[in-house]
Design a protein around this ligand. Structure first.
Ligand code: SAH
Ligand code: SF4
Length: 408
């Protein structure tokens, strides 16, 4: 989401005649487009704002960071600007103040996305903004506002335009793509329409276990160009905690979705987000999480320690937190468990052939290319291959948890 927003900001400023530099040290203006989902990154972003302000730059706090605590931010930034005000960013530069009105401009935000200066082989396309779920721990509904779906016509136009300009991979993004709905078109209909445009690789994220339906898996199975990858945040394996978190599903329902997806979509890769040390998490709850993780056998996972976020409901409801040492211990144990499962799964890839799309190179060694399988698993190849190239590789080794492929 933030990467996409940064791209939009960059695009708008370039159009208005501003020049990009290759390092913030050389710049006159520094923009920190910040995420505030967890405390640690937010603190780092604030440090960066202070650092560049101290060095005499014109400093802009943008993104969710701007929406969260604008008055406090003005103490060490020149401009505080939220996503719905990006379209004014060029004219606001040089002024001092906060511009974070969520009620306006949402359609303009989309329009700017259609008009990109540079187009890459892989691009994000926003299909909805905001979130109405109010999971107890989460700040997103407060920083991104109410959920709003973009018109299918607009989305399809953007996808068509990108494909004409050379994009071969499109990732449809939103906080909860499965609740997409606009004038009778729901997510499965939209996915079907995008697939018919003939984009080579289509992905979508993030899915919500409460809102995803087998009808989506049916569309995924019907189109070769929809990648068999599902990012399905679990959060916790304890049904009791899921209820406290207001997630709207039980662990049994989660398992049912995973099993259905695996039955309906061949070779589907399933990744997830998991949180440990929610304030009321007991040892039993945590054991439940470990048990589900082992049962599902995720292909990869992002794992976090709960962080209290104002003004989420959990922030106000719980007066005490799980002690840091216990939280860290649970996180470590979870990471180790997932790592073991993932490594075993990667080893099973040896000897098999995968289609990958190259999306980068090792910084230290340009002869080492990196690409993603259709299921979104990163593979390295010992050869300098241009970004955006799609090729078949045979997996010959696994180093750490990274498969190594040889072109065939
Ligand atoms: N809309 C997506 C992702 C939201 S944020 C979803 O519903 O899944 C991405 C991830 O950050 C979440 O899935 C969650 O695991 C984590 N996260 C959100 N709030 C958090 C908090 N207060 N502390 C720790 N992790 C959090
Ligand atoms: Fe946050 Fe829940 Fe919305 Fe995801 S679905 S953005 S976790 S409130």
């Amino acid at each position: 989401m933030n990467e996409y927003d940064s791209l939009i900001i960059r695009n708008m400023l370039q159009k208005e005649g501003f020049l990009l530099t290759d390092s913030p040290e050389k710049a006159d203006i520094v923009i920190i487009n910040g995420c505030v989902v967890r405390e640690k990154p937010e603190n780092k972003e604030i440090e960066l704002l202070k650092y560049y302000k101290h060095r005499g730059k014109f400093v802009i706090a943008a993104g969710c960071l701007a929406q969260k605590d604008k008055d406090a931010l003005l103490a060490f930034s020149d401009l505080v600007i939220g996503p719905m005000d990006y379209d004014d960013i060029g004219t606001l530069i040089g002024k001092h103040g906060a511009f974070t009105d969520y009620s306006k401009h949402r359609d303009r935000f989309y329009r700017y996305a259609k008009d990109r200066m540079e187009v890459s082989f892989s691009e994000y396309v926003t299909i909805m903004t905001g979130c109405d779920n109010f999971c107890s721990y989460c700040v997103v509904p407060f920083t991104r506002g109410r959920e709003k779906s973009r018109s299918a016509k607009d989305i399809l136009e953007e996808v068509e335009n990108l494909t004409k300009r050379g994009t071969i991979e499109i990732t449809l993004i939103g906080q909860n793509v499965n609740s997409y709905f606009h004038e009778g078109v729901d997510f499965k209909d939209l996915l079907d329409k995008v697939a018919r445009l003939g984009v080579r690789r289509i992905r979508f994220t993030t899915s919500h276990p409460r809102d995803i339906s087998p009808a989506v898996f049916d569309v995924m199975a019907r189109y070769e160009n929809i990648m068999p990858w599902l990012h399905l945040p679990l959060q916790t394996g304890s049904t009791r905690l899921l209820k406290e978190m207001r997630r709207g599903y039980t662990t049994e329902e989660y398992l049912y979705i995973v099993n259905t997806a695996r039955k309906m979509v061949p070779d589907i890769v399933i990744s997830t987000d998991i949180m440990v040390a929610y304030p009321t998490e007991t040892e039993e709850d945590f054991e439940d999480t470990l048990r589900i993780v082992k049962e599902v056998q995720f292909d990869y996972a992002y794992m976090f320690i709960y962080s209290p976020r104002k003004p989420s409901s959990a922030y106000y409801r719980y007066k005490t937190q799980i002690p840091r040492d216990i939280a860290v211990k649970r996180h470590r144990l979870l990471v180790d468990t997932v790592q073991r499962i993932v490594t075993e799964k990667r080893k099973k890839m040896i000897g098999r052939t995968y289609e990958i799309m190259i999306d980068g190179h090792s910084k230290k060694n340009p002869d080492l290319s990196r690409g993603k399988t259709r299921g979104n698993i990163t593979v390295v190849v010992n050869k300098n291959i241009p970004e955006g190239e799609i090729l078949e590789v045979k997996i010959v080794d696994v180093i750490g948890a990274t498969p190594v492929g040889e072109p065939i």
